[in-house]
Design a protein around this ligand. Structure first.
Ligand SMILES: [Zn+2]
Length: 468
């Protein structure tokens, strides 16, 4: 303890000297700069202070983390010999790059390859990022384009991280999320899941096109949340609806059968789908055939009431397109008709709209055809368009309630102009982005497993390539 205290005091003394030196070097800015410049200058002055303290603490613990017995070589399993008690490893940290971690270094007695098996005890994997920086970098890369994330790290933390490093880190975390999701899909659901806190479960699914690996692929996303028991005022309807609880997302690029088997169903189970308390499951989507077919494979318990809802926003897109076809694009008449029936379906359901459609007799063959397709769409989806019944149960009728579903998960990140992805890269970033947008405790649980130790290099996968 006395030794530790002494080491901390000495690191703090060195840090203090560095701080004074840094502040004196920028006294011009401190004296004459505006408020933002002064804050920025002090932040920059603190970076070398942080690096000095980190090195002090790391060197203090370096010896504690020496393996008790001589480690074995990972290549030939022969014993290794200590050749350097404090071989420095240089890391990029949240205080900047080039921070030195001294740790014991060994070479194999047979094949002479070298290594530092103690790195795992520091939760270090491959790459040059410290665990704390790796988390920030990966989250940045999941939320923003890699170049934007680099700019943000520069502005917020005052440090430089290359956008290739951000890409590699984000993708490696995503690969791990994806690999764990695939593994989870092969594990049976927990026998006695914890109480979901509500009787109603909401499941939303959606897809969005992503240009990956040189062709268009459909990225698929599922969102699951408990509904209620509290209510809030819904922005779509102005009426009380069940509050959407903590959300969880999963996203990937695969065919729909695999998506439902390996992502949607396990996620729903992890969100207590099989808890006896859950008596109602609400399925909310845009009516796309792959989703409607997929719902059937979720393995919903017989005991639950299933409410299948067509996202009202999606219905309104069809309604407006039909009005434009019949009354002329963006004419006042088209607008008025679409607005009227958009409101009427919320009050009275789809039947009066069907009658109104039958009373329309547009002149051109093209608009007759459009109207015929719209009528078929209402008929096929009639039970999903019963909005008065859904609202009477205080259910949400628009996917705006899970605003981070695919429109955010896929479109805002992977579909931006100029984005060019390898398929593996797009899949990895989507998988990680889905976790980042889920309720924060799920991301924390992922970090608690020290994923950077096991991060997988994307370059090992076929089709790997540069993304934007
Ligand atoms: Zn060896």
């Amino acid at each position: 303890m006395a030794e530790a205290e002494q080491a901390i005091r000495s690191a703090a003394r060195r840090a203090g000297e560095i701080l004074v030196r840094e502040l004196l070097a920028m006294h011009g800015t401190l004296e004459h700069g505006d408020e933002a410049e002064v804050e920025g200058a002090i932040q920059r002055a603190l970076l070398p202070v942080g690096r000095c303290l980190l090195e002090g603490v790391w060197s203090l613990h370096g010896h504690d983390r020496r393996p008790a017995a001589a480690p074995c070589c990972v290549h030939c399993e022969q014993p290794m010999r200590l050749v350097d008690a404090a071989r420095p490893r240089r890391l990029s940290t949240i205080y900047g790059e080039g921070v030195t971690l001294p740790r014991p270094y060994y070479t194999c007695t047979k094949c002479h390859k070298g290594g530092a098996p103690g790195d795992a005890a520091w939760h270090l994997g491959p790459g040059k990022l410290s665990p704390a920086l790796a988390r920030i970098v990966a989250e940045g890369g999941a939320r923003l384009a890699f170049e934007e994330a680099a700019g943000m790290l520069q502005r917020v933390l005052g440090i430089q991280v290359d956008d290739n490093e951000i890409e590699r880190t984000t993708e490696s975390m995503g690969l791990l999320v994806d690999a764990r999701a695939a593994l989870r899909a092969e594990t049976p659901a927990p026998e006695a899941p914890p109480d979901p806190g509500s009787d109603v479960l909401l499941i939303c699914a959606d897809g969005g096109r992503v240009h990956a690996g040189g062709r268009w692929r459909e990225a698929k996303c599922v969102a699951v949340a408990a509904l209620g028991p509290e209510t809030v005022i819904d922005t779509e309807t102005g009426r009380a609806r069940l509050r959407v609880g903590e959300k969880r997302y999963a996203a990937t690029i695969t065919d729909s059968a695999d998506f439902f088997a390996s992502r949607a169903r396990p996620l729903a189970e992890d969100c207590r789908l099989r808890h006896p308390r859950v008596t109602k499951v609400v399925l909310l989507a845009d009516g796309g055939p792959w989703i409607e077919k997929g719902w059937g494979t979720l393995g919903l318990p017989c005991s639950v009431t299933v409410v299948d809802i067509l996202d009202i926003r999606h219905f309104e897109e069809h309604l407006h397109a039909c009005a434009d076809a019949v009354f002329g694009e963006h004419t006042a008449e088209a607008e008025a008709w679409a607005r009227h029936w958009g409101e009427a379906i919320r009050k009275d359901g789809p039947d009066p709209l069907l009658q109104a459609v039958d009373e329309l007799h547009p002149e051109t063959q093209e608009s007759q055809e459009h109207l015929r397709r719209f009528r078929a769409y209402i008929e096929v989806n009639a039970h999903r368009l019963d909005y008065p019944a859904f609202m009477a149960q205080s259910l949400p009728i628009g996917s705006g309630v899970v605003e981070a579903e695919v429109k955010v998960v896929v479109n805002q990140r992977a579909k931006r102009s100029g984005m060019r992805w390898s398929e593996a890269g797009a899949k990895a970033v989507l998988a990680f982005r889905a976790l980042v947008l889920s309720a924060p405790r799920h991301l924390q649980a992922f970090w608690d497993t020290q994923p950077q130790v096991n991060r997988l290099p994307l370059t090992l996968l076929p089709g790997s390539g540069r993304a934007a």
